[in-house]
Structure formats: C-alpha cells, structure tokens
Design a binder for this molecule. Sequence first.
Ligand code: KG4
Ligand code: ZN
Length: 352
Amino acid sequence: MTLILGIETSCDETAAAVVRDGRTILSSVVASQIALHAPYGGVFPEVASRAHVEVIAAVVRQAVEEAGVSYDQVSAVAVTRGPGLAGSLLVGVNFAKGLAYARNLPLVGINHLEGHIYSLWLTEAAHKIAFPAIALIVSGGHSELVLMSGHGQYVHLGGTQDDAAGEAFDKVARLLNLGYPGGPAIQKAAENGNPRAYSFARARTDGPFDFSFSGLKTAVMREATVQPAGSGPRRRGEERDAPLKPTVRVTDLAASFQKALVDALVEKTVRAAQAYGAAAVLLTGGVSANRALRETLQQEAGLPVYYPPLSLCTDNAAMIAAAGCYRFERGQRDGLDMDVQPMWPIISLTTG
Ligand code: KG4
Ligand code: ZN
C-alpha cells in the first residue's frame, strides 16, 4: 500500500490530502482564499502567499487527522513545485521539505498540470482511460493541449498565446459586474441568455493547437461598455470602470461569450484528437467544471471524454498526491535542495 500526503499551494488554494495507491482519497482539505481576492477580481500574489503561510500547518494537520493515519504509515510527501506563483509555491515546498526532513519521509515534487490530469485517476472511470489521450487542461492560469501517450509521457501541442480560459471568464465577469470567480458566475448568467445573440469572430493563432482569448474579451468589452468618445488605447483597469451600456443584455452577452470560448476550445481539442488518433479526451482544470464545455466536447469528440467531479476540477491536493503516487512508485525522489519552478512546462516531464 502506498500512502501519499499531497500538498498544493500554487495559486489561491491551500490544500492537503492523503491518497491511497493513487486512487482512493482518504482526506482532502482545501482552504480557499476566494473571499480574500474577490475585491481585486483576480488573485493578488502577495496576499496569496501570506494567506498560505497562515493556514498551511493547520490544513496539513487536518488532512492527516481526517485520513486517520500516522506519519509512520505515510510513504512520501508530494508537493506542487510549479507552475504557479513563486511566493505561493515556496510556502508549500518549504513546508513539505520541513516535514520530509523532520519525519524522515521521501519528497516528490509534482507539476501542477500533471496533477490536474491525475485528478481523473481518482474517479471511477480511471481503469477505462485508454492511450493515446488528448488532455485539455483549462484553468485560471493555463489552457494547454497535451498529447499523453502513456503515464508520465507528454507532448505539449499548444497553449494560450495570451489569456488563459479561466482568466478570460474572470475578466469578462468583472466587466459585466458578475463577481469573482467569473467562471461559475458567467455559467449561471448564461443559463438565462441566448448564446446566438452576439457573434464573435474566431481568433487566429500561431499554431494549429494554440488558443487566444484576449481579442474575445475586448470584443465583449466593446459590446458591453460605453466607449469614451474619440478614445485611443485604453488604460489598464479601465474595462472595470467603464459603465455598462443601458441597452446591454448581460445574460445574452454571457451566453454568447461562453459559446465562443467553448467552441474554440472544443474545435482545437477535437482537431488534435483526430490528428493524433486519440482513444480518449481528458478534460481537467477549474474550467472543466463548465457545463457547456463538458456537453459540447462530449457531443463533438466522438470519443470517450473524461472529466473530474466538481470537487476535483479546481485546485486540490488529492490530485497532487495521485500524481505523486505514480511518480513515487516509479522511483522519483527529490532532495531537500529542490527548488520551485514557477514556469515549469509539462513537456519537460516526458520520460522515455
Ligand atoms: O484550476 P483552478 O482552480 O486554478 C488554477 O490552477 O488556475 O481554476 C480556477 C479557474 C477560475 O478562473 C474560475 O473562473 C474557473 O476556473 N472556473 C470556471 C468554472 N468554475 C471555475 N470556469 C468556467 N465555468 C465554471 N463553471
Ligand atoms: Zn490548477
């Protein structure tokens, strides 16, 4: 039996979890900072790292207690090493190092994006997943298309050239005064809107599997807000302050924006699945909670599409422990000199 204690602090969730054999969650504790960041309409890095420092010890203690295990039984500590906010990553990595040293436990550094993929191995469907698979990882910080040809084998096919999918949801929600985080708020508003009310042009991208969402965000802003007469380029932050046009139908705009973004994600994912003869599509990350995205991808893929339950879509430590189990069992051990990797791409993980 392999028991992994996972720790995750890459962004705005402080999380710890204990997972057995990479498949069974014994405990999963997530302390969210959403309320702290809501006034800013996005994650405020300095606020995030301070908040991690305040709660990490209690979160880890609670995860170990709820799992009903002792440190003697734990096989290894797995911690998110990157990508993410440097100051936030440092809190988790340093805590994990201290624990590994004090309890004489192996330390395993994990890529956050690989963690999102392994959230699927915590679901009932895990044994059905066939390779090669196309993974679409969509979160507040990432929109990545990855070819996964086997465990630990990744080829990065494309990613966002500007805003990540979740970031686009958050920014558009802010300019429509729908609150933070934007994804769930836009999804809710979109339920009462007409997705065909506004049509937005598809962005051109560098590579066939890249994404670009900042033009879509600007197009929504043009439709929604009063433009100052004769204005040149807009200053940073101006989109939030610009008043909404009195005639704008927020629900229609939310629905049309969501459709444009979902269509772009689905089109590229399906194209990649066809190009690489994929046997499955893996949809993960915070934006995989989006119902329209799940449904459209299932309709269009012509392949089994796997996505995690809502609790495992957004950041958590169970997924880090699941990826950690896989890597620990294949011999990965990191030293206490392990550093954080804020810009760590998933392709560098490819083995063999
Ligand atoms: O994976 P995650 O928790 O954090 C990062 O690694 O970035 O993803 C958070 C993102 C936020 O941008 C949030 O707006 C988005 O996921 N999100 C959604 C939904 N629920 C969360 N986006 C669209 N629809 C949703 N239902
Ligand atoms: Zn994430």
